[in-house]
Design a protein around this ligand. Sequence first.
Ligand SMILES: [Zn+2]
Ligand SMILES: [Zn+2]
Length: 522
Amino acid sequence: MENHREHNPRSPHCHHQCHSCFNMAALLLFVSVSKKCVKCKEAPAALVIRAGDAYCRLCFKDFFIHKFKAVLGKNRIIFPGEKVLLAVSGGPSSCSMLRQVQEGLSEKANKKLRFVPGVAFIDEGAAIGQSVEERQRTVAELQAVFQATGFPFYILPLEQVLDLPASVVATNPSPSEQPASAYKAAVDHFVETDGSNFPRPQEPKKTLLPRVQESHTLMLQQLLASVKTLTAREELLNTLRQHLLVHTARTEGYSKLMLGDSCTRLAVKLLTSISLGRGAQLAQDTGFSDSRYGDIILVRPMRDYSAKEVAYYNHLFTVPSVVIPSVDTKTVDKASIQRLTESFVTKLQTDFPSTVSTIYRTSEKLQTACRKRSGADGCDRCLLCLCSLDTAVEEPSAFQATLISDQLSGSKCLRGSAAETLRPEPGRPESPPPTAQCCSSAEGRGCGRAGSDGGCCSSAKLPETTGLKSLLCYSCALTVRDMSTVNHLPQYILSEAQRRQRRSQMREEISEFLLDDGDEGN
Ligand SMILES: [Zn+2]
Ligand SMILES: [Zn+2]
């Protein structure tokens, strides 16, 4: 099964250029020649998406493009003239999304798209230990793709996540509620003024891979190395990636972030989320739109396309995509929960072609149910994923069980992680070397609190590690539990954690002076 990733045409990671996919597409073109297209009933069918749905080349193109515009039109979330940042990973689905936007904005399109796009790509070469030359090569390849679109684009080395401000994880104001009529009014206005008041796509910026400091690459690698399991490492990478994209959107003036998750990808993500204890966040993780970042809304317009449809489209209309290895490339199925779920879904899909659509339809139902429940905004949010905290729960829950088992095995484990923090950290010159006399002071009361930025060693960091968990949702707390130390987390996360801890400490200190009115929901 070693070559599974490279050659499974049903894998959401498979690129259309791979040998077997190419063969499959060629075979289909050949096999179905005798059939007629179900749409125009004239041209010979070129491909079969589902049993009975045979399309000719042109009708398939219309169907594919129409679906993209329909999903945006139906959800009425992207306003005319709005700046939208497309997150393109180089994979087939996000590259196909980029093509859909190009098609939709072109002059000859009927029902033209009316937003102003930009493209962002995160170079994660550091996470998989690529050399600078390898990274430059990938970036050059993608740059050519982006340049051809004429859209402005941003090449972001993942190392940039280390320089993010704490505001990324602070709760941001949600955009003022737009009444339902606002969308129609905005469209009417756009049509009246012929779109002349709205920003035009700028000249594409020439951004080569920005120079990355070697120390930053080392710090990032140290952070990832401190995560003991692949499952947690993938989760952490997901989180960091999203923070970097949201920050870029914010600083460059984009208000929407478009993600290229296909319905196959989302079906895997949905089951993965459940396995990872992210049940409460399912709707946000997989829905069409996601407003956890407040002013920047994440949008998933590719969620109606299966990986197969995308592969056909990309093949038939030569959409370029770039094969980029990720942390789980060339790993076995059982290497992580994400990988295992993916192989489970894709294998099941082989024998039961409605697997993905069944899971996907479930996700749509979940969404409405969850939306109704989550009414209270401005509540406490998870420090990492920014979803509302799901940890204020009844006693018989997985979260409480984890807490109890933590308490029972606590003393031993914590000592273990304290030993970990005592180790010198070559990549972090700013953290002073731990001093021996400090640790000996019992209970850590005398020495800890004041030196918030690593003044003291184990005794100060112990409450920090345990305290961090109170700021996290159930699933993110599990991710952090799989880290040998939290000290390698980027500074913006640690600073925000300290700020929140100080605030809750203060709240505790003045609590006895406050009137207890009973409805202070935590
Ligand atoms: Zn046709
Ligand atoms: Zn979380």
